[in-house]
Design a binder for this molecule. Structure first.
Ligand code: OGA
Ligand code: MN
Length: 292
């Protein structure tokens, strides 16, 4: 029987109904979920009650879990699970990453040579307002761009830098280990990919890390990138998620960007986060090269 589902956005986001993700999923359900996730950039599961080990086990159905460079955000019990939170421990140290501020349009791990593109975010505590998360569909964004701009992106690689990402973070999330620095030199990725399942063309972008375009002068590159971002982020290509406690969202960073609204610093927000290496036969996996 096909899974119950409800579209949250016509092409970008789909809610999957009726699953109890803390239970083991039968093979036919797993196969259907994998197929669904290659069509929709965002899958939504609501009313879930998951421990960290259960969250990790479910997410690992889609690819090996990755421990990210933010080892300082890792959960003590299950290090493949990261904490995204503004909460502080008894010593006043942040228990996780990303604080309470706005987070601009980005694609996780775009600064990595080989980005792990699958992401899961599970909501445990939420502020009364703000803190919504939005995704933009970069397949639709490409399809809707003027022909001239489409020709331009087809032949270009952008330069993605973790240093730029860090500069945009709130205090507290800005410092990384020497080891993390070594793992994140500037890299280039092509701005355009084709989806291995649907064949659709999609942009690959990240406003918080792109610092240039390979082979282009700084001013011309900045102007081109501005034009691309302006054309890409249109309200009709965006899905905004209003979180409820117990929501688990999976998203594919290969053809989407996401952003977060800020929220009251005195409110509590606690999310648990996973990162997966998705299967290249079902997902766009951007290939990187060291920036020259
Ligand atoms: C992330 C992220 C947004 C949010 O975890 O990669 O961008 O809403 N989170 O917390
Ligand atoms: Mn993110």
């Amino acid at each position: 029987m096909p899974l119950g589902r409800r579209l949250m956005h016509p092409a970008l986001a789909c809610e999957v109904l009726g699953l109890r993700l803390w239970e083991e999923q039968p093979a036919d359900i797993v196969a259907e979920l994998r197929t669904l996730w290659s069509r929709y950039g965002v899958l939504v599961f609501r009313r879930q009650a998951l421990g960290e080990a259960e969250l990790a086990r479910f997410c690992a159905l889609f690819g090996p879990l990755e421990r990210t460079v933010r080892t300082d955000w890792a959960s003590q019990a299950v290090p493949e699970v990261g904490l995204i939170s503004n909460l502080k421990d008894a010593q006043g140290q942040s228990i996780g990453g990303l604080g309470d501020g706005e987070i601009e349009w980005h694609s996780d791990q775009s600064y990595m040579m080989h980005p792990a593109t699958g992401a899961g975010l599970y909501a445990l505590e939420l502020p009364p307002e703000g803190g919504t998360t939005s995704w933009v569909d970069l397949r639709a964004a490409y399809a809707g761009m003027p022909e001239r701009l489409r020709r331009e992106v087809a032949k270009r690689r952008a330069v993605f830098s973790y240093v730029k990402r860090l500069a945009g973070y709130q205090e507290g999330s800005r410092t990384i280990s020497e080891d993390a620095k070594r793992q994140t030199p500037p890299v280039t990725h092509t701005l355009l990919h084709n989806h291995p399942v649907t064949g659709e063309a999609a942009l690959y972008l990240d406003k918080t890390t792109t610092v240039g375009v390979a082979g282009m002068g700084d001013n011309a590159a900045a102007a081109l990138l501005d034009e691309i971002y302006e054309a890409a982020v249109r309200p009709e290509h965006v899905y905004t998620h209003h979180w409820q406690v117990g929501d688990l969202l999976l998203w594919d960073n290969g053809f989407t960007m996401h952003r977060r609204e800020p929220f009251d610093a005195n409110a509590r927000r606690l999310m648990k986060r996973t990162t997966m290496r998705l299967d290249p036969s079902r997902h766009i996996i951007p290939e990187g090269a060291l920036a020259g």
